[in-house]
Ligand binder design. Structure first.
Ligand code: SAH
Ligand code: SF4
Ligand code: F3S
Length: 470
């Protein structure tokens, strides 16, 4: 497998070289560099893929532009909920009008939505102006696909049902110089009954620990101090490797990397969160004091229907263990309201969990029916007005809990990683605490990417105003 991956990487570098020559000619003909724009929807996985796609486009000689009126426009799509999906069709309408003005423009679509047959059939039929369509398993092939498009002058559709090999070491453009996302695994095997991700991202595959460590070492030598380890269920990392390695073991190895200061990860599935991981977090100097631990629902009955494989009690017990081991930990979560068959009692169980856990924040979603998932054909879909009413009530409780939680560090001194100049006030910089909360304090550009000590003077809802300690 590994050798196949290396061969494929080499093949793609050859493709990039051939494609670069073609693009160079097009630039000469146009008398200017060709531009690209990528719009990314969805989660961190997609954002990470977009960095890889941007890396390839830059290698080909394209220059990034903020405008969607570019020579190469790519939409990296998400389909986790219906509204993510609808946004893409909206965008396409606009792109069609741009293409009328610039007939050489190329429009490409990729990402999770493209892994759905019905979507691709619709695009083939009614969106003929799209040039390239590919999915989530062949992101690394972009140069080859552009080359095919230039040679055949026809719509290129390249979709695979599942991934073949993991291709390492292709170029990437990173948004921040000091922090980076690192894939540790791809796909998902959990099949929560509402969720489309396993169908569009394929089966779970972990990267070899050596490849992950090598990538992080390289990032650190490029100036990165914080990494975010990415996977749909990082707690089951390593189970599918020839020589299995647990997530807790991987973290311990990453902790050893000199120069790396902070480690984050997402997402943790409660069913696979091990005692070892809690122990590693307790003893770690680098793992951030934050865990995103999606609960989805507080009702054991619904959790079973959702195929989450834990009960309300098990979840709460896990939270207690985490809080006992890492007393300053901040917890965040995802919650779905209106799953088929949800009763007022089920909903009250969810509210009860929110109050008991006291999340720092929660992402709340209205259940969205995804074709092909088991929940889509369940009876008792909850009426829209009922869902909306519950959703509002949930938001209020979540807001109450975060207000209670987020002020707790007022007056303390804490380490902040400075991320940029504040958007509201250019005399201030904005950074993040280990627990992921934002802090604004007086400072200048030179501080970006540095870890500094800040006194948290005033809590204001989701952020603090602070002052640097010399
Ligand atoms: N792998 C992660 C979640 C990825 S999707 C995990 O298991 O935690 C991010 C979130 O979208 C999920 O946690 C869930 O709350 C929400 N979600 C997924 N499918 C959904 C659907 N059909 N309707 C509404 N929300 C959904
Ligand atoms: Fe979806 Fe569940 Fe997999 Fe998360 S763990 S991606 S919610 S199937
Ligand atoms: Fe969306 Fe795909 Fe992520 S469906 S949430 S972009 S894995």
């Amino acid at each position: 497998m590994k050798e196949q991956g290396q061969l494929e990487a080499q093949r793609q570098f050859d493709m990039m070289e051939q494609c670069r020559k073609r693009i160079l000619k097009l630039c000469e003909r146009a008398g200017r560099p060709l531009t690209y724009h990528i719009s990314t929807f969805g989660c961190q996985m997609n954002f990470k893929d977009s960095e890889k796609l941007a890396g390839i486009l830059e290698q080909l000689g394209y220059k990034e532009t903020d405008s969607e009126q570019a020579d190469f426009v790519l939409l990296n799509t998400c389909t986790v909920r219906e509204n993510a999906n609808l946004k893409v069709y909206g965008h396409l309408g606009m792109l069609k009008s741009y293409k009328k003005k610039n007939p050489h423009m190329m429009i490409a679509l990729c990402g999770c939505m493209m892994q759905e047959e019905l979507v691709v059939a619709k695009l083939r039929k009614s969106y003929r102006f799209v040039d390239i369509i590919f999915g989530t398993h062949n992101v690394y092939k972009l140069a080859e696909l552009i080359l095919t498009r230039l040679e055949t002058e026809q719509m290129v559709v390249d979709l695979w049902e599942d991934a073949r090999e993991i291709v390492e070491d292709l170029p990437a453009v990173r948004k921040y110089s000091f922090k980076a996302g690192v894939n540790i695994m791809f796909g998902c095997n959990n099949f929560c009954s509402y969720c489309i991700v396993p169908y569009v991202r394929g089966r779970e595959r972990s990267r070899e620990p050596e490849d992950i460590i090598r990538e992080i070492n390289q990032l650190v030598s490029d100036g990165v101090v914080e990494v975010m380890l990415l996977g749909q269920n990082v707690n089951s990392y390593g189970k599918t490797l020839e020589q299995p390695v647990s997530f807790a073991e991987l973290l311990q190895r990453i902790e050893q990397i000199e120069g790396l200061q902070r480690i984050r990860f997402m997402t943790s599935h409660p069913k696979d969160l091990s005692e070892d991981l809690i122990e590693v977090m307790r003893n770690s100097k680098k793992i951030c004091r934050h865990m995103h631990l999606p609960v989805q629902s507080g009702s054991t009955r619904l959790l079973e229907q959702m195929n989450r494989r834990y009960t309300k009690e098990q979840y709460l017990e896990l939270v207690d263990k985490l809080k006992a081991a890492v007393p300053d930990i901040s917890l965040t979560t995802d919650i779905i309201v209106g799953f088929p068959g949800e009763t007022e009692e089920d909903f009250q169980e969810t509210i009860d969990v929110v109050r008991r856990v006291e999340y720092d924040s929660a992402y709340t979603f209205i259940y969205s029916r995804r074709t092909g998932t088991p929940a889509a054909v369940m009876e008792d879909q909850v009426p829209e007005e009922v869902v909306k009413d519950r959703f509002q009530r949930l938001l209020e409780v979540v807001a109450e809990c975060s207000a209670k939680r987020t002020g707790r560090l007022e007056g303390e001194i804490a380490e902040v990683l400075v991320e940029g100049i504040s958007e509201q006030d250019s005399s201030m910089v904005t950074g993040r605490l280990s627990n992921n909360l934002l802090v604004h304090f007086p400072g200048t550009e030179e501080l970006i990417g540095q870890l500094v000590l800040v006194r948290l003077e005033e809590a204001r809802g989701f952020y603090y105003i602070g002052a640097r300690i010399q």
